[in-house]
Design a protein around this ligand. Structure first.
Ligand SMILES: Cc1ncc(COP(=O)(O)O)c(C=O)c1O
Length: 315
């Protein structure tokens, strides 16, 4: 039961949509430096939010007008297709598979991290429509992974991926999955925890700024909250905040992100409802003693993508 007043009056159903005006400005200003446009379905760093078919189509048309290919990052293509079915006008009678096919028809290529919607343990692929690009990529593959028939993934893993790509589009599975995120979101909202709304496809994103209001950006609140959840109940989330998007500049000053989120991503076909109930209970217990949670400091960081390898300490 969601308490009154915790839901905003209007919720944008396609928060993952790309801002076409900004893209066009960029293409006009610096188009020469843009080799292609990329669109991620769904948006992982912004709440797992979907992109509408109308936005995918308009983005492809815009890029094509400027002679640029559109490449999709499709690691969550099936969840995005299901959101389109549930939320976009005129799509209700379509299957997720037919919606996904339309998304792929609009694109010139895609990248896929297959451990997401292809439901395999590891691996991925790049798919391209232009034969010349395929040839160039295959040649590079020989240098980096081995010849295309034996390098990279084994045939057995590729077969598992083919099955996963199909099963990942089953409507009953997708309905259950999206409802799971929604269920978890409802529990957290009922417990007074701020989350990104509406809930996305693969995760719930806790707003660490409102969870730990006594911490400032220099305390890396989302990182600190992720630690606290792990210590309290083994809940393993990830920071999507200033460690990920901020920077330490040459002169030692820090830049911070506006977002301080903890992403709780859900592995596919792993957890039962009672796991989610447990996770929500743990989060609410941490909330009850939130003022005791301290900030963290970065002790050591790598030059690039510091959130993968940073070493932290309690402040
Ligand atoms: C949208 C998106 N694209 C790409 C990746 C990269 O996946 P991998 O680590 O399997 O290369 C991720 C990983 O979380 C992701 O969320």
């Amino acid at each position: 039961m969601i308490p009154e007043g915790t839901q905003p009056a209007t919720i944008h159903p396609f928060k993952g949509n790309i801002d076409l005006g900004k893209v066009e400005d960029l293409l006009k200003r610096e188009g020469d430096r843009v080799p292609f446009g990329m669109l991620t379905v769904t948006n992982n760093s912004g709440g797992g939010q979907p992109v509408s078919m109308a936005n995918i189509r308009a983005y492809a048309e815009l890029l094509h007008k400027y002679g640029k290919p559109m490449i999709l990052d499709v690691c969550r293509f099936a969840e995005n297709a299901m959101f389109i079915k549930l939320r976009e006008e005129g799509m209700q009678d379509r299957t997720p598979e037919s919606i996904a096919k339309e998304m792929f028809r609009l694109a010139d290529g895609c990248t896929m991290s297959a451990k997401k919607d292809a439901m395999v343990n590891i691996g991925g692929f790049i798919a391209l429509k232009n034969e010349k690009w395929v040839e160039a990529a295959r040649n590079l593959l020989i240098l980096t992974e081995g010849f295309s028939t034996y390098g990279g993934l084994a045939g057995r893993d590729l077969e598992a991926m083919a099955v996963g790509l199909e099963e990942g589009l089953h409507e009953d599975y997708l309905r259950y999955r999206l409802r799971t995120a929604e269920y978890m979101g409802e529990k957290l909202i009922a417990g007074g925890v701020g989350i990104v709304r509406p809930t996305g496809g693969h995760a719930v994103y806790i707003d660490a700024k409102t969870f730990l209001p006594h911490l400032g950006p220099q305390d890396y609140p989302a990182w600190s909250l992720a630690n606290a959840l792990y210590l309290e109940g083994g809940i393993r989330g990830v920071e999507i905040g200033s460690v990920m998007f901020g920077k330490r500049l040459e002169d030692g000053t820090e830049t911070y992100s506006n977002m301080e989120l903890v992403r709780l991503a859900f592995p596919r076909r792993v957890y039962t409802q009672s796991h989610f109930d447990f996770a929500a209970e743990v989060i609410c217990e941490v909330k009850a003693k939130a003022e005791q949670v301290r900030g963290v400091r970065i002790v050591k960081q790598s030059k690039y993508l510091r959130h993968f390898a940073a070493e932290m300490a309690w402040a």
